[in-house]
Ligand binder design. Structure first.
Ligand code: DGY
Length: 322
């Protein structure tokens, strides 16, 4: 029997790649940048399986160019790059990698929150560029975390892990938004579910963990930043399009909020001349939340398991469209 053919849209860790190679004929895109859409279509044309990344758009056009495709295994927990309805309509299974990156992403949310609150990016740049003139009683003053109120927008796995760290480590009070009550958060963290407007008005720190979908796109605009405290710190480790970046830049520039820490932007990469890069109170890192060796290995294993189940006609362990 012939081996399934698979296109892997970028080098992923060997732990996943070798497992796929053991069963399938594998074509791996060797470049650092994603394959352009027309090239991706060409490569998947005769494939049974595709390993896609969040930078690869999987849409009807691509699916129609790949009539044999059985499975799209996305190397990410987020799958907003995949048109799941179009996959379902064509009988193509979609898998993702939940759980594997919860801790690493929560760690980056906490890192950004602390760094933005304590002006780490700005003061490190000042030190390097000769603006560290002496020890200043009034220099680089930031905000404390202890005992403050944390607002988690989207109390899923990652939101909970971030809240647990900040509640346990700094005694922060936790408010959250979610589609329904979250008993573990209420019991373990003494957290309270509220509407978004109340969360914005009461929180000292707002950390975004909601997924990107038509209802969350542009969730944070001028009106939302205006509802936040002038001392508030805003953190986004979810997806860039949840935020109106012009409104965020204005809020940071005119002191509507104190600071922001972003792991995600729209687009990615954010052009280097974007105003957000020029604002000293905005710290931006290049979508590194899941970038630890163990996490990327675990993602590769989950991704391979989904892919192999899909090409073999079995149920995906992490199935987005069962
Ligand atoms: C994901 O898996 O969705 C993350 O954004 C990757 O870091």
């Amino acid at each position: 029997m012939s081996r399934p053919k698979v296109f892997v849209a970028r080098r992923i860790p060997d732990e996943g790649l070798n497992a796929i190679r053991a069963v399938c004929d594998v074509d791996v895109w060797p470049e650092q940048l994603p394959p352009p859409p027309a090239v991706l279509r060409r490569h998947v044309a005769d494939c049974d399986g595709l390993v896609s990344l969040l930078t690869d758009r999987v849409d009807a056009e691509l699916l129609d160019a790949a009539p044999k495709l059985k499975v799209v295994s996305n190397f990410a927990v987020g799958f907003n790059n995949v048109d799941v309805a179009a996959c379902t309509a064509r009988g193509v299974c979609v898998g993702n990698t939940p759980g594997a990156l919860t801790d690493a992403t929560a760690d980056i949310a906490v890192t950004l929150l602390l760094a933005a609150a304590r002006r780490v990016g700005e003061s490190a740049t000042d030190a390097k560029e000769g603006r560290w003139l002496t020890w200043e009683p009034l220099g680089w003053l930031g905000s404390d975390l202890a005992g403050r109120t944390l607002g988690i927008v989207g109390m899923g796995r990652i939101g909970f892990a971030a809240a647990k760290r900040l509640h346990g480590g700094w005694g922060m009070k936790v408010l959250y938004t979610a589609r329904g009550p979250k008993e573990d958060a209420d019991k373990e963290l003494g957290a309270t579910r509220v509407e978004l407007d109340e969360l914005l008005a009461r929180s000292d720190f707002v950390s975004v963990h909601a997924d990107l979908n038509p209802t969350t796109k542009g969730l944070f605009g001028a009106a939302q930043f205006a509802k936040m405290k002038r001392t508030a710190v805003f953190v986004n480790t979810s997806r860039g399009p949840l935020v109106d970046q012009a409104a965020l830049a204005a809020a940071l520039r005119d002191g509507t909020i104190f600071a922001a820490g972003l792991d995600v932007t729209d687009p990615e990469p954010l052009p280097t001349d974007h105003e957000l890069f020029r604002l000293p109170n905005c710290l931006i890192v290049p979508h590194i939340a899941s970038a630890t060796i163990d996490t990327r290995n675990a993602m590769a294993r989950l991704c391979a398991n989904n892919l192999l189940a899909g090409v073999g006609g079995a149920a995906l362990p992490n199935w987005v469209n069962p």
